[in-house]
Design a protein around this ligand. Structure first.
Ligand code: FES
Length: 154
């Protein structure tokens, strides 16, 4: 059940009462911030709150790559797989990152610390290769400095 606090946060993004569904992406992000990911029950609750069908909201949730429909680790690493990063060493960075963490793409480390997913262009092609950890953008990522880069994310 959506808490009063979550409802209040969602309400702050509803600018026209007759168009509650317009706040759906923000609502999903809010619920995800509180619950870690968006399960089927969350889809039903948010959809009902915004006057949408669960199917409609699930379509948004599965389209929007910042919404997790499966459990993720405490920190999500989004590694850019678009062309500039690919040219500047994406393959080696991806392989080194996955090897360092001992997971495959899309998987979560056994300690629940990190989930690694591919991402399209992060908008800093002139500083490729790039990745994001949670909301932090890291540019000119150096494989040799990876351990140091991950250290603050406990
Ligand atoms: S291609 Fe990676 S940031 Fe644009």
């Amino acid at each position: 059940m959506l808490t009063e606090d979550i409802k209040k946060e969602i309400d702050s993004h509803i600018h026209e009462p007759q168009h509650r569904a317009a706040a759906c992406t923000e609502a999903l992000r809010i619920v995800q911030r509180h619950r870690g990911w968006i399960d089927d029950e969350s889809i039903r609750e948010v959809a009902a709150y915004l006057g949408m069908s669960s199917h409609e909201l699930d379509s948004v949730a599965t389209f929007f790559n910042l919404i997790h429909r499966r459990p993720v680790g405490r920190h999500v690493i989004r590694i850019c797989a678009s062309v500039s990063c690919w040219v500047m060493g994406y393959d080696a960075l991806r392989d080194g990152l996955l090897k360092h963490l001992g997971v495959g793409m899309g998987q979560t480390t056994p300690d629940g610390r990190f989930t690694v997913v591919p991402n399209q262009c992060l908008g800093c092609c002139d500083h490729a290769p790039a990745l994001m950890i949670d909301r932090d953008l890291h540019r000119d990522v150096n494989l040799a400095a990876l351990k140091e880069l991950l250290e603050p994310y406990r």
